[in-house]
Design a protein around this ligand. Structure first.
Ligand code: ACO
Length: 365
């Protein structure tokens, strides 16, 4: 019988980018608490921290944001990709395809910060343009006067975004930016380890992010809460899933064996955004009931709310359509992926683990 480990407990690389301490519930980006950065810094400042190893000074930030913002427009060929692919192609597959198609002679290995800036700058534009095309709306061009979070909302909805929504989204994007050797970061690192270009590595990471066990969970949280509908239904509904051996979306984590610090921080941000919201009250109720039932059905597994549960709450509060939840997570994480690929390049060695053969051997003779 093959022991399926999912590489649990295996250290695949040294990194100075982020620390995920699952026992204590700590998340640190280059020596700073992620939860503090989320409420005190802009997405640009934290991206600078991840890529350049320090927070920017005033002048550094000005030059950096000016450059990054100037790279947001889509190349004509990429815009055509968005227009040509049928509506049935999911947004995450669109991102994968468009990022892979950004590969050109300037994007050869090893990755550089310029390449990272160029590729990550277009991710929000890709999402917003495709979203608007699908909905028969005119594409809104990026606005260089707006920061990353505000510009994303502006390109999606074609109006000046509510500052409270920008603040909440900024916090969410920062908390989603980096998370150690998660499945998508690992996927990107594996591809980059072959000396493939940054566009291909990011495209691979997007493919991993798409799955419901990773970045695909927040919209599933909405589905779950919609299906529960009201507080009285929570216990029977959740029990029904657990009785059948199913999983509750937005709960459990490979690393966190206590509350996911991102979930705590996002809950606070959402609380500051909504008041007397029946949906949010239901979410808080479902969290408590699920926690109790997970103790009952999965004793000792230490399953708590993960980032996705409150990511769903925050994105719903800022009126993002559910189909944009995972892509929005992706636009944040693309910065963290790039930081890992930049870090790996100088010490690169191809990832090549072993498999254990458990099949039959040829007959003797
Ligand atoms: N609901 C019910 N049971 C669960 C859940 C859950 N959400 N998560 C884990 N379990 C149970 C498993 O059934 C298993 O039980 P068993 O010991 O009786 O077999 C035990 O807890 C351990 O589960 P594993 O699958 O071994 O845990 P793993 O570390 O491989 O999985 C994962 C982590 C994928 C996040 C899992 O907890 C899960 O499926 N959660 C729901 C999906 C989700 O919320 N994903 C978002 C994660 S955060 C992110 O990636 C950004």
């Amino acid at each position: 019988m093959v022991k399926v480990t999912g590489l649990e407990g295996v250290v695949a690389a040294d990194t100075e980018i982020g620390l995920v301490d699952g026992e204590q519930g700590h998340l640190i980006y280059r020596g700073f608490w992620a939860k503090d950065l989320a409420v005190s810094r802009s997405f640009e400042e934290v991206a600078y921290l991840l890529w350049f190893r320090k927070l920017p000074g005033e002048e550094e930030l000005r030059t950096f944001t000016q450059k990054w913002r100037s790279l947001r427009a889509l190349p004509v060929s990429i815009r055509s990709v968005l227009e040509l692919l049928p509506a049935s192609v999911p947004m995450m597959s669109i991102l994968q395809t468009a990022l892979a198609a950004m590969s050109d002679d300037d994007l050869v290995w090893p990755p550089t910060t310029e390449q990272a800036m160029r590729l990550t700058a277009v991710v929000p534009t890709l999402i917003a343009a495709r979203y608007r095309l699908l909905n028969g709306l005119p594409v809104v061009e990026p606005d260089e006067n707006l920061d990353h979070a505000a510009n994303y909302l502006h390109m999606l909805f074609g109006r000046t975004p509510d500052p409270a929504h920008v603040k909440a989204l900024n916090a969410y994007l920062i908390l989603g930016m980096e998370h150690g050797m998660n499945a998508s970061t690992f996927a990107g690192r594996v591809v980059a380890s072959t000396q493939s270009d940054l566009a291909s590595s990011l495209s691979a990471a997007v493919g991993a992010m798409k799955g419901p066990l990773h970045g695909g969970a927040p919209s599933e949280v909405l589905v779950m809460l919609d299906a529960i509908g009201e507080k009285a239904n929570a216990e029977p509904w959740l029990r029904g899933v657990l009785e059948k051996g199913g999983r509750l979306m937005g709960f459990g984590h490979r690393i966190y064996k206590t509350k996911d610090p991102r979930a705590e921080a996002l809950r606070q941000v959402t609380e500051g955004l909504v008041s007397d919201d029946p949906w949010f009250e239901l979410a808080i109720h479902v969290e408590a009931v699920a926690q109790r039932l997970l103790e009952e059905y999965k004793p000792g597994r230490r399953l708590y709310t993960n980032v996705e549960f409150f990511a769903a709450a925050i994105m719903r509060a800022i009126a993002l359509p559910a189909e944009l939840f995972t892509p929005t997570f992706t636009l944040a994480r693309s910065v963290g992926w790039s930081a890992h690929l930049l870090e790996q390049a100088p010490v690169n060695r191809i990832f090549r683990p072993l498999s254990q053969y458990t099949g039959p051997m040829p007959e003797e003779g």
